[in-house]
Ligand binder design. Structure first.
Ligand code: OAD
Ligand code: ZN
Length: 239
């Protein structure tokens, strides 16, 4: 088993205290997703959308990585083969746990995007509508979040990794949002084994070769132990 691609979603951060999107009532922190996560919402009520993401950004300071993030960071450090963690999450818990071989396909709370020139820059604290871009001078900085209808980041790198992976693992995602929901099929098409780790079966559960149900803080560390134990057994160093 050489190349591993891992897709994570809101479920991996749930036990850190961050709300998932499609929880009870279908509301995200009291809002309908389409009221805070679309270009139309930003055009209609920029103050609401900016305030909403200011609150989410501030919440990052009150949470910490949980054992699932920590286990994936360990896998990143110790796995000798290829590895890519693709997260749909906009929180920074994977990197705070120490993961390096990762990317944020849906953007990041700690980043601002200029709607005029496309520059992305690290951002902390609040981001009021009308904030000026340091590059082009336009008052058009917005939260660097991929809204519905916008193209996720790094799709080329993701497609490359999927087409070359031996194992695809999906963790804590409902499988409701494309293109991420389609990654399992791409990986299968290229011959990868597929594993789902989730609290309940996701929308695309039938596409996975194996499903393990439970909380990420338990399932992920156990799975990482398994994978790393196998890799030491088969490595020439241990023979
Ligand atoms: P969802 O809220 O749709 O799904 C979270 C999944 O995690 C569900 O299947 C839960 O059963 C599962 N889950 C909850 N708690 C868990 C736990 N402790 N351990 C393991 N699994 C658990 O979140 P996503 O699938 O990430 O986009 O949502 C995808 C995208 O929709 C998000 O990236 C976001 C949203 O619109 C953007 O922000 C651009
Ligand atoms: Zn700009």
């Amino acid at each position: 088993m050489d190349n591993i691609v891992i897709l994570t979603g809101a479920g991996i951060s749930a036990e850190s205290g961050l709300a998932t999107f499609r929880g009870p009532g279908g509301l995200w922190e009291g809002h309908r997703v389409e009221d805070v996560c679309t270009p139309e919402a930003l055009a209609r009520d920029a103050a609401l959308v900016h305030r909403f993401y200011d609150e989410r950004r501030a919440a990052l300071g009150r949470v910490a990585p949980n054992p699932a993030h920590v286990a994936l960071a360990r896998l990143d450090r110790e796995w000798p083969g290829g590895l890519l963690i693709v997260t749909q999450n906009v929180d920074d818990l994977h990197e705070r746990a120490g993961a390096r071989r990762m990317l944020h396909m849906h953007g990041e709370l700690n980043s601002a995007l200029c709607a005029s020139c496309g520059t992305r820059r690290a951002w902390e604290g609040s981001l009021p509508p009308g904030t000026t871009c340091g590059d082009c001078g336009s008052p058009t900085l917005r939260p660097d979040i991929v809204f519905f209808g916008e193209m996720p980041y790094r799709m080329d790198a993701i497609e490359r990794a999927l087409s070359d992976c031996d194992l695809f693992v999906s963790i804590g995602t409902s499988g409701a949002v494309y293109p991420a929901a389609g990654f399992v099929r791409t990986a299968r098409y290229h011959g990868a084994a597929t594993l789902e780790l989730n609290l309940e079966r996701s929308a695309g559960s039938a596409w996975f070769g194996e499903t393990r149900l439970g909380p990420a803080s338990e399932l992920v560390p156990a799975w990482v132990d398994e994978v790393l134990a196998q890799s030491t057994q088969s490595s020439p160093m241990s023979r």
